[in-house]
Design a protein around this ligand. Structure first.
Ligand code: ADP
Length: 442
């Protein structure tokens, strides 16, 4: 390793040596000062010449080896050369990493699209060309000009409303479906006003097989329910007719009563399954109806009081919000009524049930609070699954189908509302349906 200080001393020694020779020659020829000046000029010229070599190397041939120079200047040159080599190596490694990242992303079957903070397309892999129909001249174009779908526009503006991304019908291949999932990254504080300063990574993949399977499942459930309905109606009709006969044998009374009860239960399950199918296929009524929440709740409250006769609970209704809801009145009524009847069913006789419509900032929520049996925490996330029941026997005894909360979940999803459940075992439960500003009207 070269040392700058020793090289400086060497340079100084060389200079002194030159001056000494010049002084001796000067004394001998009787011209001391001119000889000293000549020696100094030679030394300085030599230094300038070396400086020029360094400049020449940096300016024209930085990729070649540096010139051989002794002394302090050579030392500085050596350091420069070393940094230059390190930087070259780091750059090569970086390029290699970028190349490898790009080629692995290019090999993906999923489309990967980079969208800049102005929501313009910046980069994509070959799969994006196939799945989204992107072409090379689309670079720099607004993504919303390429993906012209109202759901995608909403997704881009409010990604927080779509935690699982969105599914869209493909515009490139007929009968195909794609799933879009977007991640925001980056973020610049001093950005241009009006633009979100985040960049986006959009990942898109083909979900057609999954969609077909899902459709098959939906069709299967809808068809089976539909097919079972007619024979069931015939059966229950005959059961009722036979048990109404004058010469009906009393020995059969219990059996027939049970048959009647079970056919009614099956009819209720089939009706719920058909309603779920309709909700899943978005065959709702008009979703743009103005629902007068206060009068809807009054009406449901009267129904609940009638249902409550066997249970003897104290029911209260508290309306504390002037907001109304935009949606399908029939479906919202069935969701609210499901929550009310559940509270009545799952509270031991003589309980207290509070029903209300409350305002909270820009949101409003419907709630049903009971002091019933409560729900253990581990069951809460699964309550809205079809046929999920904590106690099947109890649910059956109360005429439950295990589909009520699944229906509630679907109705609310169609209205962009959320269900919040909190409960303490043996103390009671609260079911809240929260509506955002977008679903509320004055
Ligand atoms: P079900 O027809 O069985 O009532 P739901 O889907 O309406 O079906 O409810 C699913 C399960 O959630 C019920 O079986 C019950 O165990 C539980 N549940 C619902 N509401 C309440 C409540 N208010 N208190 C306690 N448990 C409840």
């Amino acid at each position: 390793m070269r040392n700058l200080l020793t090289d400086l001393i060497k340079d100084l020694r060389l200079c002194l040596f030159l001056l000494l020779i010049a002084a001796i020659v000067g004394v001998l020829i009787g011209a001391l000062w001119p000889c000293l000046v000549v020696a100094l000029v030679i030394f300085i010229t030599w230094q300038f010449y070396n400086l020029y070599r360094v400049y020449y190397w940096i300016r024209f041939y930085p990729q070649r080896n540096p010139p051989e120079i002794n002394g302090a200047l050579g030392d500085i040159l050596f350091l420069l050369y070393r940094y230059q080599r390190q930087e070259k190596q780091a750059k090569a490694e970086l390029i290699n990493t970028i190349y490898r990242a790009q080629s692995s992303v290019s090999a993906l079957q999923e489309a990967v699209v980079l969208i800049n903070h102005q929501q313009h397309l910046e980069w994509w892999n070959p799969a994006a060309e196939e799945l989204l129909g992107l072409q090379s001249n689309d670079r720099g174009r607004p993504v919303l000009n390429i993906i012209r779908h109202p759901d995608f526009t909403d997704y881009l503006e409010n990604p927080q409303h779509y935690p699982h991304g969105i599914k869209l019908a493909s515009w490139v291949k007929a009968q195909h479906f794609i799933q879009c999932e977007m991640t925001q990254f980056g973020g610049n504080q001093d950005g241009v006003a009006g633009y979100s300063q985040h960049e986006y990574l959009l990942i898109v993949y083909d979900v057609t097989p999954l969609h077909r399977l899902e459709q098959m499942r939906k069709d299967f459930v809808a068809n089976v329910s539909h097919e079972l309905r007619t024979p069931l109606t015939v059966l229950s009709g005959y059961v009722e007719m036979l048990s109404d006969q004058d010469d009906f044998n009393p020995r059969w009374q219990r059996g027939f009563a049970q048959m009647q009860q079970q056919t009614q239960r099956m009819t209720a399950i089939i009706d719920d399954l058909l309603l779920l199918s309709r909700l899943e296929n978005e065959e709702l009524g008009n979703k743009d109806q103005r629902i007068d929440v206060a009068s809807l709740l009054q009406q449901l409250f009267t129904d609940a009081q009638a249902y409550n006769l066997d249970y003897g609970h104290t029911l209260t209704l508290d309306i504390n919000s002037p907001f109304n809801v935009r949606g399908s009145a029939h479906e919202i009524a069935s969701a609210f009524s499901n929550l009310m009847t559940n509270a009545i069913k799952y509270t031991p006789k003589g309980g207290k049930i509070h029903i209300g419509w409350q305002q909270q900032g820009e949101q409003a929520y419907f709630y049903v609070q009971d002091n019933g049996i409560g729900i253990e925490a581990q069951h809460i996330p699964r309550l809205t699954e079809r046929f999920y029941r904590i106690d099947s026997a109890r649910s059956r005894d109360t005429g439950g189908t295990g589909l009520g909360l699944a229906i509630v979940k679907h109705v609310l999803a169609q209205h962009g509302a959320q269900l919040e459940i909190s409960s303490i075992v043996n103390q009671g439960s609260t079911f809240k349906v929260i509506f955002n500003q977008a679903q509320l009207i004055e």
